[in-house]
Each structure stands twice: as structure tokens, then as C-alpha cells.
Design a protein around this ligand. Sequence first.
Ligand code: BGC
Length: 792
Amino acid sequence: MINVRSKITSILAVWCFLMIFPKTGFPVNEASLDARVDKLLEQMTLEEKASLTSGRDAWSTQPIARLDLPYIWVADGPHGLRRAPSTDTWGYGDQAPATCFPTASALAASWDVELLYRTGQALGEEAQALGVNVLLGPGVNIKRSPLGGRNFEYFSEDPFLAGELAAAYIQGVQSQGVGTSLKHFAANNQETERMVMNSRVDDRTLNEIYLTPFEIAVRKAQPWTVMACYNRVQGTYGSQSFELLTGKLKQEWGFEGIVVSDWDAVIDRVEGIKAGMHLEMPGKPGHLTNQEIVDAVRNGELEQDRLDQLVREILKIVLRANDSAKSDADQKLEEHHKLARRIASEAIVLLKNDSGLLPLGKDKYRSIAVIGEFAVNPRYQGNGSSEVKPPRVDTFLDILETEYGEGKNIQYARGYRLDDDADLSLIPEATRAAQEADVALVLAGLPQQYESEGIDRLHIDLPPSHNRLISELAAVQKDLVVVLTNGSAVAMPWKQDVPAIVEAWLGGQAGAGAAVDVIFGSVNPSGKLAETFPARLQDTPAYLNFPGEQGESIYGERFYVGYRWFEARDIAPLFPFGHGLSYTTFDYESMRVSSQQIMDTEELVVTATIANTGEVSGKEVVQLYVSDPVSSLQRPLKELKGFTKVSLAPGERKDVRFTLNDRAFSFFDPGRSRWVAESGDFEIAIGASSADIRLTETIRLQSKQQLNYECDEFTFFRVLWEDDQTRPLLIELMPDWIGGHAAEGAPPEDAQIQDFLLDQPLLKFPYFTGGEVTRPQIDALIEKCNTMTYSP
Ligand code: BGC
């Protein structure tokens, strides 16, 4: 009886949870929300409606006192809050203290969706405490080139990874009744001329690489807002693209929120509204152009209904935000500092660890040289609109001395100056310190001026003083650990000369502690690269096209971005996508698939057994890639379609599961403008990195999709001749000519047509057959063909 009752209670609890916690993540009574919106809309004048489509000031929407309509407060984002003292001030330097978490490139290296959710949750809590209703993040733009100045603010070069992580982050923030702004939509992959640059990207690449992370995040997490980019995409400004803002976002992916412009991105207000751009930010220029919207409705250029539709959606978000605001929220700065350290430690990637130099262990070395100004003057976040003002910042030297320094002789040498990257005068003192110590830790990386919003990098090198310092230290100290601080990939000309390299990213206010924890083994590193580290800039996919010229950035590398490029070109990177070491070892014991043969309408469940075969507990990021060896269109050698992070005690083994649907096997067919899954064999590969595949299985996919033949006068004869469905059509419509190519007595199906003719488009047939095949016959063939369907 008790069991039945508790079962009913739990079913009821789940039901209630689903009813009151919609996808948007917070309890809001949708029916009453709709009714309130309807009522407001009825009462609003045209001028008031127009005024609602632009902000009030730097960070808030337009309130309407007459109708008791409040404003909402939006603030950057993404890895902490940059909340200005008031909505009409900019908040650079005078922003409210808030926890600075690791930036997106670090978060992504954790490959941990639960951790991203937890990060989002903490950000939501801080937003509530600071009165912020919408946090302007996360950024899911793809790292097309390591030169991208804002790569530190983005997750990955891989669309699946970026999308999944973004969805978890959004769910976390929104679970607190705070909205997010998924940015910058779309193909915003560089800073150079970002206000106008035209991203010339073909449809297939746009969909497979650049839109997919947005699609995943929208479908899974319904961010309250999406931020339209500055740049043009295929010739149209992101803030004016009907195809993107309405076609993709609303119609295809079912986006329920509103589109906010990037700050000052709007060019033409009326075009924006027509395209589906709800809110121009910030307020200032909008005040001047609200009248344009009023005029456009009055003179019939803009339909009243279109404006109403957008205003309705804005009202919904404003009311939802207001209903969800908490007046007594605690910012939990102490708790979040600890959390920030844990998150940073999950993100650290142990790139190299020859002869098990790391972890140092508490008692392994008595004297330690700590070298590099970063040890006392850390760089922990990127430059630009995302800059958080943390209440405190840990330093490497301090944490080392206070938490791990007992009984140790720790010597610090500055090694280089962050304000002068060519000054080599501090190197001799540093090499002396390294030589005298049992082990040397050198902190190197990118100073602030090397990576910033608004400017792309010109190279991927560390400052000359850092490179020289590392090389000279390596010459005098064999036990040398390089600890890197950077938001994006860097070259490491000294890689072969040093035994250990720790990638600590821009680790946020508590990142220094995380790095020390990993170095001493209190935390077993488990991060893996979410971006390929190239050996040379010249090896990278967009090398010849980045950042473009004459206002055009041509995405000539197409979908061969990141590891897709390095694998297709067989170029060895410095460190591959997905790479990261641990202090333990993992055995990928076996894998199973739910079926060797599936329909595209079915899911495939893939299970792998992973064991910890080492001496310490650890976490492993298990990656699943799919390859389509035979396809009608070119495809990357393999693509990430699943990942999970599993925690294992020594000797423990666990099963990890991945569920794949048709999308995991599909490509975007630009001719048909749809995703296509073709029948055939696919290889499922499970590994520890893109370059370290441990288990594979082949499955056969049977596609039930029905595609129309898309035949026209440019269709090649061979395509129709080699297809079992269309071959009879050819024979039916041009019997004499085809019959003439068959041996005497043989049926026309066996006609031997020379390659020269097979490889001609239909329109050439009246010429090559001397009129035997006529244009009307060709037209009839095309017409008939286009009424037929086939399974790819
Ligand atoms: C950035 C956005 C940011 C906005 C507000 C823009 O320049 O591109 O990412 O959210 O400013 O600061």
C-alpha cells in the first residue's frame, strides 16, 4: 500500500513538475500569461508598440508606466555578470562584483554537461541577486580559425559539442528564472570588420557547422532570447535575415523567445521587424528610429500584424522575467568561489606528461621554482564586453605557498614582463632559480593584449619572451612543467623539449587554485581539448581565407573545420581535438550496438564498457564519432555525435551509453535544403580523442526517407541510367536511340552506352544524337522524373 501510494505521489510530482516547469525552465502559468499579454496588446497604441521594439537605455527594455508594464534588465555574460551600476551606464570597471567563472573555452574542455548546468545555475543565482533578468550568453559561434579574437568566449570547433554544452548552460541559468541570450546568430566567426563583414558560407556548411549549435540549444533548452549578429550572412545582415530569424529559428526549430540585436547591430529597423528581429539594443539609436516603424505601419510598408506578433512575444518575455524575479536572492559569492575552482579544475587539460612527472605529490620535491609573472598577476578572463569584476582573485604562488608549501622551499622568479613581451632581461635570474630547484613550474601564455573582443589575432605564438624563457629553462632543468594561460590555441615550438604541459585556460577567479590542485594531484585532470591545437598557423583550415578582404570572408574550407580538416588533409596537429591525459589509465574494453541494422526512423543505442586500470580515481571523456565511408556527397572522415564523462575508481568499470538518431548519420543536402540520411554502412568509433579510437563497429542504415528526384536539363544521363527506377523511363521515352545501343537481340536495358554520352547532361542529347532524341522527349522525361520519389 505504502509503495503504491509513494508511486502515485511520485508520478504526480513528475506530472506537476512538467506542468509548471515548462521547457523554458521556470514556473509560469502560461494560460494566464497569454491572457495578460492579450490584454496589454489591446490597450497599446501603435507608438507604444513600436517603442517596445527598442531598448530604453544601455541594458533595459522600455517600460510603459501607463500600463504597469515593467522593464527587464539584461547584462553580459557569459562567464559571470557584468552588471552596470544602473541600466543607463555601461559598467566597464564600475560593474557590481560577481563571480568570474572560467571562460567558455575552458568550460568546454570539461566536456561535462552536468558541470555546465551547474555553472549556469550559479550564474542564474547571481543574476537574481543582482536584479538581472537576462544574461547575455552563451556564445556558440564555431572556432573557425584559432585567430578568432573572441575564441575564448566560444565553446568549440565542433557544432555538436558546442550545442550540447550550450543547452546545458542555458537550462542551468533558466532553472533560476533568469533568461539567456544565445549569441551571436549566426556565422559570426571573426572580429575583423565584424560590423559589416559578409560571411560567404555555402548552405551546406552553414547548416552543418555554423547553425547546428544554435539549433541544438534552441530545440533542447529554449533560451529566452537569441542575439542577432553584427555581420552579414550570405549577403544579408544577421539582424535583417528573414531566413535565419524566422525561417530557421521560429519555423524550423520552434523558437519561442525573442531575438535581440547585438549592441548597435541594427541597420534598418523596419527590415528587422519584417525579418523577425524583436528588440533593438541598446536604446539610444532605437529611440530615434521608433518613428520609422510607426510610419511604415501607417503607410502600409509594414503589416500591423507582423508588429503585433513580435510585440506579443516581447511582452511574454518581459512578463515571464518579471514573474520569475526574486527579491531576496543571495549571490552566494563564497560558495561560488569554491565552485569556480572546481569547475576550473575539471577544465584543465593535461597535454603532455612524460615519465609521469606529474603529479608532483606533496612530498616528491623539496624545492620548487615558480617562474612567470602570471604566478602573481594572473590572467583569468578575456577582454571586452564579457569582463567580470570578481570580488577576489587567487594567485598561483599564493595558493601554492599556503596550501601546498609546508616544508618546501619555494622560489619565485618573474621570468618576463607582461607589459613588454620582448624584454628578455629577466630570463637569466629565472634559469638560475630553475637550476637550483628540484622542479620548475613555468607559467606562460597570452597576455591580455593578445586576445580580445573586437580584434582578431595575427598569429598563434606566445610572446617571444615566453617562448625564449621556456626553451632556456628546458636546457637547465629536466623536470620542467609548463602551465599555460590562454583562451585559444597557441603554438608550442618547445613541445619536444619539456616533459609536462598543463593547459589551464582563462580559468576565472579561482583558476590558479585549480591549476595547483592538478599539479599536485589533489585533482586528477580530466579535461580534453574542445579545439584542435595546430602545429603551425599555416596548417589551419581557414588560413587562406581568414579574415577575408574587401568586406567578404569566404568560407572556402567549407565544412572542413577543425579536426574535420586536419583528418581530411592528413595533417598532424600539435594536439588533436579531444586530447587530454589523466593520472590513471582507462581501458576501452568493449562496445555493443542495439542492432547491426537500423531504419533511419529508429534509434541506435551504443554501449561501451570503460575500466579504470590505474591506481587513482579519475574521469574519462568518452567520445563517439560516426563515419560514412560511401556517400553521394563528400563527407568528413568522421564527426563527433556523442560524448560523456564517466567517473571511475581504480579497478572499476562502467557502461556508457549513447543514443543516436537519424541526424547522427545525415548530411545537409543544399540542393533540397534538408537533412538527408542515406542508406548504407556507417562506422561507429569510440575513443579517447579524435586521434585515439579504441573501439569500432559497423552498422547498416536503411533509409525510409522519400526524396523527390530533382531532375532538370543539367542532370547527367548517367545518373538516370544507373538508377533502377529511372532507367525504364529513359527506355520508355527514347526507345529507338537506346535500343540502337544494345547488341542485336539484346533488350534495351542492356544497351552499352559510351562513357562520353553517359557523362553528358540531358540538354546535350538532341545534339549528340543528331536529333534522334528530341527536346520534347527530354522535357517529358524531366517532367515524369520529377513526379517520382526514392529512398536515398
Ligand atoms: C557584444 C555582445 C555583448 C554586447 C553587450 C557586443 O559588442 O558583441 O556579445 O553582449 O556587446 O555588451
